[in-house]
Design a binder for this molecule. Structure first.
Ligand code: XMP
Length: 594
C-alpha cells in the first residue's frame, strides 16, 4: 500500500501536509495522534504534524512509542520534531518567546534536502518550545539564527525532525522536501489520482448501503451535489431520495443546481420543502455565531426527521446521506486534539449519535474539496455546478451578523501610516490565531494607496495587536468619508435583512462574473453588519479570498475599477450606509466573519 499517515497533533497543519502529499500523487491520510502503532504497519511513512500544545506538558498529545520500532520512516514537523526529541531521550526546553514568521535556515546534507539549489533557505517558523539536545544517534542537519536544532536526523533509523513548516507556501522548496521524504526516503510511487476513484467510491456506496436506501440532504452546493449524484449513479433510480430544505438562507440561484439534479435523476428523486419558517422561528433573537450554527444543525435534523415521517419512510430501510468532506470532520474538533474553530453543522451532537449507530453514509469523507470537484467532473456534472463557490451549510445566516446593544465606532489607539485613518468597529469577528479560535474586532481603514498596501498593513497590525484580527478598507460611505458617526445597532436575523443580503450577494456575483473574475476567486462571501447612521441601516462587507481548501486563505486583490463598481452598485440599495473590503488573510482572520 502506497500510503503516508499524517498523525494529527492538533490544528490545521495535518491537512496542509496531507494535501501537499496527495498533490505529489501519493495517498495521505490524517489519523489521530495516539492511534496504536499496529494500525500503521502497512504505511510507507509516518509524519507527525505540528500543533499548538507543548510537549513539556504531561497531558499533551503523544504517539504510541511503538511507532519508533515499526521500521517505517518517520518525519516530525514542529510539535512532531519536539515530540521525537522527547520520546527518544533528547531534550526540549519550554519557550519563553514565540518564534513566528520567516527565518533563514542553513542546512547540511540530508536525504530531505537532496537536490535543493542552495544551502540556505527561507523557512516558516511558528513555535515556542525548542529542541536543545538531540536524542542519541541523531545528527543536527539544519539551524537558524534563533534555533540551533532546526533539523535533525537518524539516518539508519530513518527518523527526521524539522522545526519549520515545509507545508506552508512561505517555506522555500517545501514541496521538494516532502518529495524527498515521500519518494526518496519512503520509496513511494505516485499512484493517487482522484479521477481513478469514481468506481471505488461507487463500489463503497453499494457495499455500505447493501439493501438499504439513502435519504440525502442536498443544499445545491458542490459537496452535497456530487455526493448525491455518486449515490444516484451507484444505486440507481428508486434507491436515493434527495431532500432540498429551503432554510431561507440560500443564495439567489442555489436552486439551479437542484434543477439540474431533478433533470438528471427525475422529479421523484428530489423532494423540495420550504421550511424557512422553522429556521427563522428558532433563530429569532439569537446573535451568537456558535449558537446559530448549533440551532441550524439541529433544525436541519428535526426537519429531516419530520419530512422523513411525512414521506412515510421506514427507519431501518434508510441511511442518512451527507456531503461531508475530509476537512469538515477535523475542523469541528472531530480529532481529539484539534482546537474547535467552528462547529460544522454536519457534526452536531445528534448527527454524531447517528454516525455511531452506523446510520450515516458520507461517500466523500476521504476527499478534499478540489478532489471532490475532480470527481464531479468525472461524473459529468456541469462546470457551473462543479465550480460554484463553496457556501457554508448555515448559509446567509452566518453572513448576516447581529448585535445585542448599540455601540459607536471608535478611533483606534494605534498609529496608522501617514494619510491613513481608521475606526474600530465593535463587532466580534472570528479569527484563528495560533491554531485557536479568537474573537477580536474589525479595524476599518481608509487612505491606502491600494489593497496591497492595506493588506501589508493588516498583516503587521494583526501580528502586533491581538485585539484586532481583521482589517477592511472603506470602499463606500454614504454622504461622507470614513466611518465616523456610525454605530452598531441592535439587530437579529430577520427575513428583511436576509433578503437585502441575498440581493447584495447576487449583485456582487453578477458583477464578478461580468468581469470574468468568478473562476479566478476561490470564494467570495458577502456579509452584512448592522453598522450605520441609524437603526435599520447596514454595512456590506466584501470578503473575496483565494485558497486551496479553505484552511488557509489570502484575501483576493480586486482591480480598483471592480471595487468601485461593486461599491456603487451596492450603494444603490437604500438601507446600505457603507461598503467594506476585507483585506486580511487567514490566519489571522477566518474566511467567514463569524
Ligand atoms: P472559516 O470561516 O472557518 O471557513 O475560515 C472555512 C471554510 O468553511 C466554510 N464554513 C462552513 N461550512 N458549515 C459549513 O458547512 C459551517 O458552519 C461553516 N463555517 C465556515 C467557509 O465558507 C469556508 O469555505
Amino acid at each position: 500500500m502506497n500510503q503516508i499517515v499524517v498523525l494529527n497533533a492538533g490544528g490545521q497543519y495535518c491537512h496542509l501536509i496531507a494535501r501537499r502529499i496527495r498533490e505529489l500523487g501519493v495517498h495521505a491520510v490524517v489519523a489521530d495522534i495516539n492511534r496504536p502503532a499496529a494500525n500503521f504497519h502497512g504505511a510507507r511513512g509516518i509524519i507527525i504534524s505540528g500543533g499548538p500544545a507543548s510537549v513539556t506538558e504531561p497531558t499533551s498529545p503523544a504517539v504510541d512509542p511503538r511507532i519508533y520500532a515499526l521500521g517505517v520512516p518517520i518525519l516530525g514537523i514542529c510539535y512532531g520534531h519536539q515530540l521525537i526529541a522527547k520520546d527518544l531521550a533528547g531534550r526540549v526546553a519550554r519557550g519563553v518567546v514565540k518564534e513566528y514568521g520567516h527565518s533563514s535556515l542553513h542546512h547540511d546534507e540530508s536525504p530531505l534536502f537532496r537536490g535543493l539549489p542552495s544551502r540556505d533557505l527561507t523557512v516558516w517558523m511558528s513555535h515556542g518550545d525548542t529542541v536543545v539536545d538531540v536524542p542519541p544517534g541523531f545528527a543536527i542537519v539544519g539551524e537558524t539564527g534563533d534555533c540551533k536544532i532546526a533539523a535533525m536526523q537518524h539516518l539508519e533509523r530513518a527518523v527526521f525532525g524539522l522545526q519549520f513548516h515545509p507545508e506552508v507556501v512561505h517555506t522555500e522548496f517545501g514541496t521538494e522536501i516532502y518529495r524527498n521524504f515521500v519518494f526518496g526516503v519512503c520509496g513511494c510511487t505516485s499512484d493517487w489520482d482522484p479521477r481513478a476513484r469514481v468506481e471505488q467510491v461507487m463500489e463503497a456506496i453499494r457495499a455500505r448501503a447493501a439493501s438499504r436506501k439513502v435519504f440525502f440532504l442536498i443544499s445545491g452546493g458542490v459537496d452535497s451535489t456530487v455526493a448525491f449524484y455518486c449515490c444516484y449513479r451507484a444505486l440507481g433510480p428508486g434507491r436515493v431520495l434527495g431532500l432540498y430544505v429551503d432554510t431561507g438562507f440560500m443564495r439567489e440561484g442555489d436552486a439551479e443546481a437542484i434543477e439540474h439534479l431533478i433533470r438528471e435523476a427525475g422529479r421523484e428523486a428530489i423532494h423540495v420543502a420550504d421550511r424557512s419558517g422553522d429556521f427563522f422561528g428558532r433563530l429569532a433573537g439569537v446573535t451568537d455565531p456558535e449558537r446559530k450554527r448549533a440551532i441550524i444543525g439541529d433544525t436541519f435534523l428535526t426537519v429531516q426527521e419530520e419530512e422523513f415521517a411525512r414521506l412515510g419512510l421506514r427507519d431501518e430501510e434508510w441511511l442518512l446521506g451527507q456531503g461531508t468532506i475530509y476537512p469538515d470532520t477535523i475542523e469541528s474538533g472531530g480529532a481529539r486534539h484539534s482546537a474547535k474553530i467552528k462547529t460544522h453543522h454536519n457534526r452536531v451532537e445528534r448527527i454524531q449519535a447517528l454516525i455511531e449507530q452506523g446510520r450515516v453514509l458520507e461517500p466523500l469523507v476521504d476527499f478534499y474539496k478540489d478532489e471532490v470537484r475532480v470527481l464531479g467532473e468525472q461524473l459529468g456534472l456541469p462546470h457551473e455546478v462543479v465550480w460554484r463557490h463553496p457556501f457554508p451549510g448555515p448559509g446567509l445566516a452566518v453572513r448576516c451578523l447581529g448585535a445585542e446593544r448599540e455601540a459607536p465606532v471608535e478611533r483606534p489607539a494605534i498609529a496608522l501610516p501617514d494619510g491613513g485613518a481608521g475606526w474600530v468597529v465593535p463587532v466580534r469577528t472570528v479569527g484563528v490565531q495560533g491554531d485557536e479560535r479568537s474573537y477580536s474586532q474589525l479595524l476599518a481603514v481608509e487612505g491606502f494607496a491600494d489593497a496591497g498596501a492595506a493588506g501589508a498593513f493588516a498583516r503587521r497590525i494583526t501580528n502586533a495587536h491581538r485585539a484586532i484580527n481583521r482589517v477592511a478598507l472603506v470602499a463606500y460611505r454614504r454622504g461622507g468619508r470614513g466611518l465616523a458617526a456610525l454605530s452598531i445597532h441592535p439587530a437579529t436575523l430577520t427575513r428583511e435583512r436576509i433578503a437585502l443580503l441575498r440581493e447584495a450577494d447576487d449583485l456582487v456575483t453578477r458583477i464578478v462574473r461580468k468581469h470574468g473574475l468568478y473562476d479566478a476567486i476561490w470564494q467570495f462571501p458577502v456579509a452584512m453588519l448592522p453598522l450605520g447612521s441609524a437603526p435599520g441601516r447596514e454595512t456590506i462587507v466584501l470578503r473575496p479570498v483565494n485558497s486551496r481548501d479553505g484552511m488557509t486563505a489570502d484575501f483576493a486583490v480586486l482591480p480598483p475599477a471592480v471595487v468601485d463598481e461593486l461599491a456603487t452598485s451596492l450603494a444603490a440599495l437604500p438601507p446600505v450606509d457603507a461598503v467594506l473590503y476585507d483585506v486580511t488573510n487567514k490566519p489571522p482572520a477566518t474566511i467567514e466573519l463569524e
